[in-house]
Design a protein around this ligand. Structure first.
Ligand SMILES: [Zn+2]
Length: 306
């Protein structure tokens, strides 16, 4: 019941909740060789997602494509410095613009774009057009060039890809959005997490499902994983998963206590904003705290009512 109601909440937020999320700042990017032939472009500022590319013997797999063709071309240049092999697969970890708007740059003749079915649903038709128009209003450079380029292959729960010598398990869990996937590279004890995990910054929770996000992180934490490639911020070890989970658990219990005490949303924000700011003072994107409280308050109130 709660999950059904939250579907509605998502659609409202898709339109209304986006209005104050972006102040665009140019990102500083660095290319990190996470494993031999697996590289992550880490954007330390700005809105761009991390992009990871895997150079297999057969061709290249690109995970998340940046917020614009402008960014994507820089990533493509990094790929082409290292290989002339074709781009086999593009994987979008979810539908947000910073993960999908660069798709067109990497798509060559037979490239397949893979995502969860809800990603295609979110980007197609009028919803996709409105979503792009919203981004255009946020003064991020290069968005006029974007042609929404949809996933050409979708899945519901799980999918496996054998690209050359690499085996990728794509697993869907709801959390950051309703269309998240993370990629497990079991042989390497690694996970490419999308925005289910961000490192050193408050997450963007405008389309999120707090309880299911915690469940997803529990699942990832219980895998045999040593290397975590987050959606934003530096790569690291298992501590990144734990930090993310603890943040959500803290947020949930603090907001829950406020609701139990009869606090309104405004009172809850006022009470918790400084506490969260202080507790996570090394984290960036503190402007997201209010939105995080709001989303959690909404979810917990619906649970209470049902
Ligand atoms: Zn995202």
């Amino acid at each position: 019941m709660v999950r059904k109601k939250l579907q509605f909440v998502v659609s409202v937020w898709m339109v209304a909740g986006l209005l104050n999320i972006f102040t665009w700042t140019p990102g500083v990017a660095k290319t990190v060789e996470v494993f031999p032939n697996i590289f992550t472009i880490v954007h330390e500022e700005g809105v761009d997602s991390n992009t990871t590319f895997i150079i297999s013997k057969q061709g290249v797999v690109v995970v998340d494509t940046g917020v614009s063709p402008l960014t994507a071309r820089k990533v493509m240049a990094e790929i082409r410095k290292r290989t002339e092999l074709p781009i086999l697969y593009i994987i979008n970890t979810h539908y947000h613009g910073d993960n999908t708007f660069g798709n067109q740059v990497f798509r060559e003749g037979n490239t397949i774009i893979i995502a969860h079915e809800n990603v295609r649903r979110a980007l197609k038709g009028n919803a996709g057009k409105e979503y792009l128009e919203f981004f255009k209003s946020s003064k991020i450079p290069g968005l006029d060039e974007v042609t929404l380029t949809l996933p050409s292959m979708v899945f519901e729960k799980r999918m496996e890809i054998y690209a050359g010598e690499y085996h990728l398990q794509l697993i869907h869990r709801r959390g950051h959005t309703n269309g998240d996937l993370f990629i497990q590279l079991a042989e390497l004890k690694a996970v490419i997490a999308g925005d289910l995990i961000v490192n050193g910054q408050f997450p963007d929770m405008r389309d999120s499902f707090v309880d299911e996000w915690i469940e997803a992180l529990d699942y990832i934490e219980n895998q045999d994983i040593e290397m975590v490639i987050p959606g934003h911020g530096n790569v690291g070890g298992k501590t990144i998963i734990i930090a993310m989970k603890h943040y959500l658990l803290n947020l949930k219990s603090m907001v829950g206590r406020q609701i139990e005490n009869g606090a309104s949303l405004t009172q809850t924000k006022k009470a918790l904003r400084p506490v969260l700011r202080e507790k996570y003072k090394s984290w960036g994107k503190a402007e997201r705290i209010d939105g995080n409280i709001e989303r959690t308050y909404m979810e917990l109130s619906l649970e209470k009512d049902s």
